[in-house]
Design a protein around this ligand. Structure first.
Ligand code: COA
Length: 280
């Protein structure tokens, strides 16, 4: 009772750049590696809701729309002193409000699972987070090249077929702020691609969309070979077959998450590498 009298009311409002310094403190309190720049990237591609108490950020949720059919829900965090009082659910409901019947996807932490299951999300698979200072990796013998600006459209189409949604804005962002590599068959058809960007403690390789395990490994080699000794992170579908190989090059299992969907209406293929647990 006394607690209720002392506490000023919560305000739920649209998240803006001005909230990101405090949002970064909130995610760092969970030991998530996001820098403020990483939140900035997410906000460029997303919309979201922030919970404020006395002008302090005490909760966040973002939603990224991928075309008219699919949204990713992410960065769902409630400050420790505010948990267990319905704020997580309220933030999710507010962020889902304008999703217009889209399929909703997310990657859940163990802590988030009970909330999402109560909200009707279904478990579909597991993600393994692999990271570390990469060892010496041989570059691919042939077949992988840095993507040119003219190849971006091919990558967007290819990604759409694998991911079953339109990630054009994300791929343009990656082309402008990171690097893209591409593989082609002998007759010139695109058979895979991957991206590299700065994130958290080092660099992330992902998405990695490829037609075979060997091709996915070649795409990883292309980026990792010049980065020996540097910190790299890859989030992969646990069934992709990549985990033992990643372990062999120094990227060891550091956690993971549960892939979930609500209102499922598409048929995505599993990914050798996610852009991130947030962005799928
Ligand atoms: C996950 C998280 C956002 C939940 O926030 P919260 O404000 O405590 O959640 P709520 O109080 O709104 O709980 C929502 C529902 O989930 C249930 N729930 C929450 N945690 C639960 C648990 N550990 N076990 C069982 N049920 C749980 C609540 O009972 C509630 O059910 P109801 O709405 O039917 O009453 C919060 O724990 C958090 O920020 N964790 C750290 C960051 C994180 O892991 N986020 C998830 C990323 S995917």
């Amino acid at each position: 009772m006394e607690k209720n009298i002392r506490m000023s009311p919560l305000q739920l409002t649209g998240i803006t750049q001005e909230n990101l310094a405090q949002a970064t403190v909130l995610s760092q309190a969970e030991s998530w590696p996001h820098r403020q720049e990483d939140w900035g990237m997410l906000l460029e591609l997303s919309q979201g809701v922030v919970a404020l108490r006395d002008a302090a950020v005490v909760g966040t949720t973002l939603r990224t729309n991928y075309g008219p059919d699919v949204s990713m829900m992410h960065m769902i965090i409630v400050g420790r002193s505010e948990r267990g009082q319905g704020l997580g659910r309220k933030l999710m409901e507010a962020a889902m409000e304008s999703s217009e019947g889209r399929e909703l996807r997310l990657v859940a932490t163990q802590e988030g699972l009970p909330l999402y299951e109560k909200m009707g999300f279904q478990r579909e698979g597991e993600i393994t987070q692999c990271q570390g200072n990469v060892g010496t990796v041989e570059p691919p013998i042939a077949g992988v090249s840095q993507a040119t600006a003219e190849e971006l459209d091919d990558i967007i189409q290819f990604d759409r077929a694998f991911f079953a949604a339109d990630r054009q804005a994300l791929l343009i962002w990656l082309a402008q702020n990171g690097r893209l590599a591409i593989t082609r068959s002998e007759d010139g058809r695109i058979t895979g691609y991957a991206a590299l960007r700065r994130f958290g403690r080092g660099q992330v390789i992902g998405p990695i969309m490829a037609s075979s395990l060997t091709q996915a490994q070649d795409l990883i080699r292309f980026f990792a070979a010049p980065l020996a000794g540097e910190f790299i992170r890859i989030d992969t579908d646990s069934t992709s077959g990549l985990v033992p190989w990643l372990d062999g090059i120094g990227l060891t299992r550091a956690g993971g998450g549960v892939r979930m969907r609500k209102n499922a209406k598409t048929e995505p293929r599993s990914a050798f590498g996610l852009c991130s647990q947030a962005l799928g």
